[in-house]
Design a protein. Sequence first.
Length: 179
Amino acid sequence: MGGVPSGRVHNLINIAVFSVVAGGVLLASNQNIVTVVPTQALYFTLAYVAGTFLLSPDLDLAEGHVNSKRYWGVLGFLWAPYGMIFSHRGLSHTWILGPLTRLAYLGIMVGIVFGLLSLVFPGVRVPALPQSFSFAAIWPALLPLLLGYYLSQWLHLIADGVRPDHGMRHGMRKIRKRF
Ligand SMILES: [Zn+2]
């Protein structure tokens, strides 16, 4: 199997790895080796599923037709600017920053959509963060969310043959080209 895996192959790989991880965790918790809080397992699963199907690195192709854009249905067009901004397998396919670019983009899009909605329907408000926002309080939810999201993203990059220092080398190449 040569070349870059298709969206379908990426999905199959991620589903297979999830089954193995879930099976392993279930076995380990049955043997009382680990304790899994159900809500944390749920957060991990949700983030992993979102990372696999809705926030795939291949959204950098969303200016055209790509598998990961189709899962957004009628909202798929919202990712077209992301595809135009990010070159295929560039920054979008780096290990740390790449996944963050899609979260930031999603945040901006949600902000724009709420902003437009509130123009049309003045009653609509962006849900506000609770007044007493503390990192310690959200960490138990944030950790499984980050783990699930990043694991789904890294499996995509591994299947693509992208190494963890890709971003640095990519950046260096750009800098070298400039001089
Ligand atoms: Zn890819």
